[in-house]
Design a protein around this ligand. Structure first.
Ligand SMILES: *Cc1c(COP(=O)(O)O)cnc(C)c1O
Length: 412
């Protein structure tokens, strides 16, 4: 049995403990939903005020030059790149994952005109699959065809018909972590491209895009990167292929010379070709400020604490004999999961809501999963203790079975 005293001592010894003060955490809240919407970093408030009040408010249009708004997508992209193993010049901050996937799928097709299969997993995040379906409807199934298999069967389906594998690094429901290096290698061996979605890995664990020779990657900034609701996403294209590819959303911000207003589109030679329209500067300022919460911290340390937090949580729950773990059990191999634990329960929605009433915030995913995300920059070992105590009490009091949880809110 782990004691609370032990966990308080772990917090004392925690080399990342000082980072908690970089965030604005509501009093009395244990927030275990940073995998859906990260907590507000304090730096965002002051930086965004400055952008609104001084840059927009006073310097107005001159800010595009004076405050570097025009290079912001690349500057912020490089900042994100530093957290995901991408050398500068390969990432831009822009649009949403969905839109970026559309561009990337189109770019993959431009490199592989004679192949049509996009191989993914049946339980990949739906929008990723929808974007392939949309492109397939646009171009026809003879050009793009979505093939879905179970995670465990991927290796058997990577063959010469595959245009690209398109996979989420961490499964959004179960937290299972795929082997990026091995699957990318297998894709390349079959002459296919590798597209990775880093929604649940950017800012949560070590990602090595360059070292794994990944072709394309996308990810969002409002989860573990804490940049706020609807903050712009990012897209990575390996420098080895960026010059050759074309992407279909050929907007003016991706033009080689946007301000020459030429009536013909000439893509930028580099990663800037993945931009489309005018960037959301205020929201991107949130991303830039939020990245500073990672200053002086290594992804290695973040990953180590993430594993320690979730192992502690799981061990405490196991001691109480509660809930059925869905995430691959990490104690055997910590490399098989991301920074969340998912549990299946018939009363998962009710449990989630009754915990929120108690000040512990997880989330619910259909049909019957409750997810707990561990964000090492602001979650303490004592938070984990408190969360488990509330789970035990909520279940003991049968709060999770209350009839008022039968109707679900619009966002779960
Ligand atoms: C959260 C998430 C998304 C969200 O996509 P947006 O277009 O940015 O809304 C996409 N894919 C995965 C795997 C996710 O977890």
């Amino acid at each position: 049995m782990i004691s609370r005293q032990e966990l308080l001592e772990r917090d004392q010894a925690d080399e990342l403990a000082f980072c908690r003060d970089r965030f604005s955490i509501p009093e009395g809240t244990v927030y275990l939903d940073g995998n859906s919407l990260g907590v507000l970093p304090k730096q965002v408030v002051s930086s965004v005020s400055d952008v609104v009040i001084h840059q927009w408010g006073v310097d107005l249009i001159s800010s595009w030059n004076k405050h570097g708004w025009i290079e912001m997508a690349q500057r912020v992209g490089d900042g994100i790149g530093a957290l995901i193993g991408a050398a500068p010049g390969q990432v831009v901050c822009t649009d949403s994952i969905s839109v970026n996937l559309f561009k990337v799928l189109g770019a993959a097709k431009s490199l592989q005109p004679d192949r049509r299969v996009v191989l993914s997993t049946v339980d990949n995040f739906p929008t990723d699959l929808y974007m392939v379906q949309g492109l397939s409807r646009l171009l026809g199934e003879h050009e793009i065809e979505l093939q879905l298999v179970e995670e465990g069967e991927l290796v058997d389906h990577i063959n010469e018909s595959v245009m690209a594998i398109m996979l989420s690094h961490v499964n959004f429901r179960t937290g299972a972590l795929l082997d990026m290096l091995d699957l990318t290698k297998r894709a390349h061996h079959a002459g296919a491209l590798a597209i990775w979605d880093l929604a649940h890995s950017a800012g949560a664990l070590e990602v090595e895009l360059d070292a794994c020779h990944v072709d394309f990657a996308v990810g969002c900034t409002y989860k573990y990167l804490n940049a706020g609701p609807g903050a712009p996403a990012f897209v990575y294209c390996n420098q080895a292929i960026v010059q050759q590819v074309t992407q279909p959303l050929s907007g003016w911000m991706g033009h080689a010379f946007a301000f020459e207003f030429d009536s013909n589109y000439t893509p930028d030679a580099g990663i800037k070709k993945f931009l489309c329209g005018t960037p959301p500067i205020v929201s991107m300022a949130c991303v830039e400020a939020a990245l500073s919460a990672f200053d002086g911290v290594s992804m290695h340390a973040i990953r180590a604490k993430s594993i320690a937090l979730s192992e502690t949580f799981e061990a405490l729950l196991r001691d109480h004999g509660l809930l059925q773990l869905l995430t691959p059990v990490h104690s055997a191999d910590p490399h098989t999961r991301g920074s969340q634990l998912a549990y299946a329960s018939d009363h998962a929605y009710g449990l989630c809501q009754s915990l929120i009433e108690r000040g512990v915030v997880p989330d619910f995913r259909a049909p019957n999963y409750i997810r707990f995300g561990f964000t090492p920059l602001y979650t303490s070992f004592d938070d984990v203790w408190k969360a488990v105590e509330h789970i035990v009490q909520a279940i003991e009091n049968e709060e999770h079975m209350h009839p008022r949880w039968r109707e679900k809110l619009a966002v779960t």
